[in-house]
Design a protein around this ligand. Structure first.
Ligand code: ATP
Ligand code: MG
Length: 381
């Protein structure tokens, strides 16, 4: 008998013929997650198990963050042949409880000598006899004691909900435009949660943006990398492009044109990363560059689909997620972003394409982008 962590996955069940591949990925991700607590991880009978960890609470903290994990249970694993011994363990698990309970048996070993209703009855009776403070309630019990008869028997009471989603690596690659703000880390996390491997691009404008501002972005990427299974960050020097836009283009249009240059460079980095989509933290109407008109002007430049998972979210909803995933505090540190360096007084909220194109025609786009890409620093986290 020993304590193990039983790990359940959610949507992988939907995946038909690809299921074995998804399962292998999930096992690999769980294995990565528990490496520091030395856990032993294995797959048996369509469940993942973790045993022999040095710190079970830490193992739970880590595994519940793995994308693709629906929930985990701290379970007692015990030989299934001695039914009385299983019942005795059930009593151990419930002995500090009061109020109502029910036994919920599942028998995936169909040759087991009792079926599920019989296990419920027998075990329920055994518990009632020894724990007179408890009574049975089928509809809404205070505690459900689950018993699973697989190649071993597993007993547990309280499943712990995990993050859900799909294992990273199961659904292609995307490149995140990562600023130091609240939104883009959340956007990246949401897409990665669907199983997408992420890389990131960050634009900085030294000396207008500081080394600490860049460090803050890398810190955000580090926080994300725990869930994302690592992330490569491309730090692109953006000062020359911004200066030229500032000098040569209509002031009201500097932000929208700047965003189109970000898109152009992100396109190239996505190609290098074999990414099939770009991800941004934009939401409709949040700032001038995120009006419907402005978004379509930046979209037009993208050579791959742009995913904006926060498009319909209010700031307060985004903040809630940022707090949950642990990026909020870092995002809130007061360092400048290149977007805030040369902000126009009256940014165009309904930009006209002729004015954008006229502004861009004054810049040597190809040379500017080439230089920015050549001087990009690539950091693997
Ligand atoms: P965030 O909180 O993510 O900074 P925001 O609401 O401040 O977003 P903007 O500054 O308009 O919005 O940026 C919109 C999106 O553009 C960001 O969510 C991000 O995806 C991208 N972006 C902005 N600045 C940068 C940057 N310096 N480097 C990379 N991407 C950026
Ligand atoms: Mg920003």
């Amino acid at each position: 008998m020993r304590e193990v962590l039983q790990v359940r996955f959610g949507e992988i069940f939907l995946k038909g013929l690809n299921r074995p591949t998804f399962m292998r990925m999930l096992v690999a991700r769980v294995r990565d997650a528990v490496r520091e607590v030395e856990g032993h991880v294995w797959l048996s009978d369509s469940r993942v198990y973790v045993s022999d960890v040095t710190d079970m609470d830490e193992a739970i903290r880590r595994v519940t963050k793995v994308f693709g994990v629906h929930s985990v249970c701290r379970a007692i694993e015990i030989e299934k042949d001695n039914f009385e011994a299983i019942c005795a363990q059930a009593v151990e698990l419930l002995k500090d409880h009061e109020g109502s309970f029910k036994v919920n048996a599942r028998r995936s070993d169909k040759r087991y000598f009792m079926d599920s209703p019989a296990i419920n009855m027998e075990m329920g009776g055994y518990i009632l006899e020894r724990l007179p403070k408890l009574h049975v309630e089928i509809k809404n019990p205070d505690v459900v004691l689950s018993v699973e008869i697989r190649d071993m028997a597993y007993l547990y009471t309280h499943p712990i909900m995990a993050v859900g989603g799909m294992p990273v690596g199961s659904n292609g690659k995307a490149t995140l435009l990562l600023s130091g703000g609240i939104d883009s880390p959340v956007a990246g996390w949401m897409i990665a949660k669907r199983g997408v491997t992420m890389s990131a691009v960050h634009f900085n404008s030294p000396p207008y943006t500081s080394e600490r501002a860049k460090e803050k972005v890398l810190d955000l990427a580090r926080i994300l990398s725990e869930s994302l299974c690592g992330i490569r960050v491309h730090v692109v020097p953006f000062t020359d492009i911004q200066m030229q836009i500032h000098e040569k283009c209509h002031e009201d249009y500097t932000t929208i044109i700047m965003r189109r240059y970000m898109m152009r460079i992100a396109n190239e980095i996505a190609k290098k990363e074999h990414a099939q989509a770009l991800v941004t933290g934009e939401s409709i109407g949040q700032v001038a560059s995120q009006t419907m008109h402005a978004l379509s002007c930046t979209d037009e430049i993208a050579e791959v689909p742009v995913f904006r998972p926060l498009i319909g979210f209010d700031k307060s909803e985004i903040i809630d997620i940022a707090k949950k995933i642990g990026t909020y505090e870092t995002s809130n540190l007061p360092y400048e972003d290149c977007c805030t360096v040369f902000t126009p007084r009256h940014p165009a909220t309904k930009p006209k394409m002729e004015i954008i194109l006229d502004g861009e025609s004054k810049l040597d786009t190809e040379a500017l982008i080439k230089a920015a890409l050549e001087n990009t620093e690539v950091i693997q986290l």
